[in-house]
Design a protein around this ligand. Sequence first.
Ligand code: 6GU
Length: 232
Amino acid sequence: MLRVDIISVVPDLLLSPLGHSILKRAQERSLIEIQVHNLRDHTPYRHGQVDDYPFGGGAGMVMMPEPLAVLIEKLQEERRYDEIIYMTPDGALFQQQTANRLSMKEAIIIICGHYKGIDERIRERYVTMEISIGDYVLSGGELAAAVVVDAVGRLIPGVLNDETSALFDSFQDGLLAPPVYTRPAEWRGASVPAVLLSGDPLKVDSWRHDEALKRTEQRRPDLLDDEFFGKT
Ligand code: 6GU
């Protein structure tokens, strides 16, 4: 069981992505427990204030340290957290390997930043891990947090069945996934590769591996470098 506490100023943004399909089933089966906390419910300031102007001037607001500290410490009174993660475009790039590692934890906090981000002192005092999902800017950390929780949640043992097994995912073996086909075998003049209809599982495996390798060489040659995948 993985416990995930998500801190947000727009908790509604997380409800739909976390409330459907595989993550919904995983929560119903108590394989993952996800709690979304509205930071405004924990601020000691009036009118639910959670942000203020940046010292030194400049555009945008900064999330104040005290509401975050109050909520983090309240959570820490209830359990020990393995990681306190801050979602930020200046964090480390999220990869399959990051998801694999997080899926083995017992409890994590995910802080979603908004506005110009959170006061640096929270990062210094509490945050143990900073994650970005790619080199582009989102208006808040919520969508990125949903990506992380989805990628992590599906790796928890028992969440996926044989049908949807994560063992054969793109990236899990460092290669992109091979092409897939379903019925009909002949569709508008296009046929399914004969080997897939051969009934020979060894031949099928070998074909899939070759196709995965071909596709990876063509589309993502960087994945074939030794330095990739944390092999360094
Ligand atoms: Cl984690 N947050 C925001 N706001 N933008 C991002 C991101 C995170 N990752 C990529 N862009």
